[in-house]
Write a protein that binds this ligand. Structure first.
Ligand code: ATP
Ligand code: MG
Length: 363
């Protein structure tokens, strides 16, 4: 019997609903075509537009729905001109990260042969690595409540054993999964600044302790500055990179740059029992309502969700469908005929979505 999986859906703000609609349509079709699983979608209100209408940015019922779901799919949230009275941004995605303990920010960086990238890739080389950004502590620990006086300002870098142990276990598991699916190289690199900060030496020690449990994987270290250089000079050598919150924030934008921009950058925020899948880009209010937003990063985030659910629930059909969706986006992008404006094409959201859907369902 088909296993039923509940997906909490945050349609979001700005271009959010425009890219979520075609995503749900592809997911619903995939689900209809198989006996192995059934996806059930539950719309969950939250975000800046919801706040403007109701005075609530993230109703309790929405948080409960997210908590109960098997996975959470989120487009983009927040609008520059809708803020809390104290001026802070409305970002339910950050509330979710905190409430559900989503410690691992997973940012795949993939450039297939034939796809546009600002680098000149040597023949036969493709970029395919995953950056894992610790997402609950590090240099973001005092976010919004650092100490500032007339003469000085202080923020705290917090690294805890508890979070690092989960983070590194997750990173090595991902390297195993990638290796066994033939995608990865079986390598995990700890990115830090252990030469300068004791907190990062601690981070590295905890990494090494986990590495000892995985003699079949290569574990190594790199300083964050050198990593930035190598991401440009030889990114094809990386497999899984794991790093602290702020370093991960910065390197993931560098990674998005390698892919030619935010329009092709998916992400997942993963904890022990919950996971949120969303594109790296924001709600793009400058083009909202025009029907020209690029839906590909949203599709890739949905594909990551299927793969994650497939492994977690041991349903190979889900993982396979995730790979189909990834492959369909790759093929449309490599072909370069039907691209949205941000990627240099002229297609609108619906045409780009149709091109991907045609490819998913033609194989
Ligand atoms: P946030 O603070 O939420 O990350 P941001 O200020 O970084 O938002 P985005 O909303 O990501 O900004 O938009 C940055 C630029 O990229 C804008 O010009 C926007 O139109 C463009 N952009 C972002 N996402 C897309 C997309 N899916 N398709 C086309 N253009 C996009
Ligand atoms: Mg941004």
């Amino acid at each position: 019997m088909a296993e039923k999986l509940q997906i909490a859906v945050f349609h979001g703000d700005g271009i959010g609903p425009e890219i979520m609609a075609p995503t749900l349509s592809i997911l619903a079709q995939l689900s209809e075509q198989t006996e192995d699983y059934t996806l059930e979608f539950r719309d969950v209100p939250a975000g800046a537009a919801h706040y403007a209408q109701t005075g609530e940015s993230f109703p309790k019922t929405s948080m409960n729905a997210a908590r109960q779901a098997d996975a959470i799919l989120l487009s983009a949230m927040g609008l520059p001109d809708v803020r809390y009275p104290d001026g802070t941004e409305i970002s339910p995605q950050i509330d979710l990260r905190k409430a559900l303990g989503l410690f691992a920010g997973v940012r795949p960086v993939r450039v297939r042969a034939g796809q546009a990238t600002p680098l000149a890739l040597p023949p036969g080389k493709e970029i395919d690595f995953v950056l894992i950004r610790e997402s609950t502590e590090g240099l973001f620990h005092t976010q919004g409540c650092g100490e500032v006086t007339e003469d000085e300002a202080r923020e705290t870098l917090l690294i805890t054993r508890e979070v690092c142990e989960k983070l590194f276990r997750f990173s090595f598991q991902l390297a195993h999964d990638r290796k066994s699916s033939g995608q990865g190289r079986g390598r995990v690199t700890c990115v830090d600044k252990a030469n300068v900060f004791r907190a990062f030496a601690f981070f590295r020690d905890l990494f090494d302790a986990e590495a000892e449990r995985h003699p079949d994987l290569v574990a190594d270290h790199a300083y964050v500055d050198a990593t930035a250089l190598w991401m440009v000079q030889k990114p094809w050598e990386f497999d899984v990179l794991v790093t602290e919150n702020m370093f991960g924030d910065i390197l993931s934008d560098l990674g998005a740059g390698l892919m030619g921009g935010l329009g092709l950058a998916p992400s997942a925020d993963i904890g022990l029992d919950h996971a949120v899948f969303q594109p790296c880009h924001g709600s793009a209010p400058d083009i909202a309502g025009e029907g020209i937003a690029n839906p590909f990063a949203m599709f890739q985030s949905a594909a990551m969700m299927l793969e994650w659910l497939g492994l977690r629930h041991q349903i190979p059909a889900l993982s396979r469908d995730g790979q189909r969706l990834h492959a369909a986006v790759d093929s449309v992008v490599s072909e370069g005929r039907i691209l949205t404006r941000d990627l240099g094409g002229e297609a609108d959201t619906l045409a780009a979505a149709r091109a991907v859907a045609d490819r998913v369902f033609s194989v």
